[in-house]
Ligand binder design. Structure first.
Ligand code: THU
Length: 124
């Protein structure tokens, strides 16, 4: 699946966003190593901080289907991932993160590049 195809799945998911407070619809689609594509959208709440970003929504769906860090190879997002989502992308060890910049161009990074020298649980 090409980055553009994965991004098209993210665009389709964005149409299902529940974003009545920001009116900013975001979609994300993750590509599993077994070929599955699992998409998610942002889901807001009247208690604003409780809203869930599209990336986390997609990853939570993947986790709920039994997938684990290392099982997901790529993700496409309709917008640049926020700082908190970058920590999630790091946890799930995506090889490739594609997102649409504000100017419409598509950026591609490894998850580690989006959060260099990130915090992790100390070894034990
Ligand atoms: N949002 C995402 O879904 N993903 C991000 O990485 C950035 C922000 C959502 C959260 C909120 O519903 C809306 O965009 C406006 O911040």
């Amino acid at each position: 699946m090409t980055p553009d195809e994965l991004l098209a799945r993210a665009d389709a998911a964005a149409a299902n966003a529940y974003a009545p407070y920001s009116n900013y619809q975001v979609g994300a689609a993750v590509l599993a190593r077994d070929g599955r594509v699992i998409a998610g959208a942002n889901v807001e709440n009247a208690a604003y901080p409780l809203g869930v970003c599209a990336e986390r929504s997609a990853i939570a769906r993947a986790a709920s289907e039994g997938l684990r860090p290392g099982d997901l190879e790529a993700v496409a997002i309709t917008a640049s991932p926020c700082g908190g989502c970058r920590q999630w992308l790091h946890e799930w060890r995506f090889e490739r993160v594609h997102f649409r910049r504000a100017d419409g161009t598509v950026a591609t990074y490894a998850a580690d590049e989006l959060l260099p020298e990130t915090w992790d649980l100390p070894e034990g």
